[in-house]
Design a protein around this ligand. Structure first.
Ligand code: GRF
Length: 187
């Protein structure tokens, strides 16, 4: 059995798609959801699915190794960032080399880096007059949005598109591809 840990701080729609995709898997299990935001939607999803959660604060995440040991004890094979906004610290990257992946809602290296998340990304894409955008699934190192690319998928940006419309197209790509890639990486 391969175990995954999902790190999420938001609504958790990607987490939900991954959970749904792996629900009947005999080989991959969503072992824990780690979250840094009390009240985040992803915690309700975890509760409804009876998946254990680990709520962490800044101090614990950036200045201790405690949760890293917890993840190691849980024998986590893949850490999946799904809407987790804190930069992953070096100790976590070192403990899980090539075992942490992220999804970014644009075609990296464009529109990545600190502060480039959620609607800011789609606003920047429109402001730059891009005719296409998409998703990037990539390995995580200790810089923002910088690790080796695993998959990119594209969608059109029409001249009349608002950031909300672009967000919808990008979310559809995320939901379609992230669960498949998680499964593929562990098979
Ligand atoms: C996604 O758009 C993902 O690209 C980004 O954070 C968002 C999370 O959305 N990294 P959700 O919480 O999965 O709905």
């Amino acid at each position: 059995m391969k175990n995954i840990a999902i790190f999420a701080s938001g609504a958790g729609s990607n987490a939900k798609k991954i959970i749904d995709h792996l629900r009947n898997s005999d080989t991959i299990k969503v072992k824990v959801i780690l979250c840094n935001k009390p009240g985040a939607g992803v915690l309700d999803i975890a509760a409804a699915e009876s998946i254990p959660t680990l709520l962490i604060d800044k101090e614990m995440f950036f200045r201790s190794d405690d949760y890293v040991s917890i993840l190691q004890e849980m024998e986590i094979d893949l850490v999946v960032l799904a809407g987790f906004l804190w930069k992953v610290p070096a100790n976590l990257v070192a403990a899980f080399p090539d075992k942490i992946i992220n999804i970014h809602p644009a075609l990296l290296p464009k529109f990545g880096g600190k502060g480039m998340y959620g609607h800011f990304v789609h606003e920047a894409v429109i402001a730059a007059g891009e005719s296409e955008t998409g998703i990037t699934i990539h390995y995580v190192n200790d810089k923002y949005d910088d690790g080796r690319v695993i998959l990119q998928e594209r969608c059109n940006v029409d001249p009349t598109d608002t950031p909300a419309i672009v967000a919808k197209k990008v979310h559809a790509l995320e939901h379609r591809w992230y669960p498949v890639i998680v499964e593929r990486l562990l098979s």
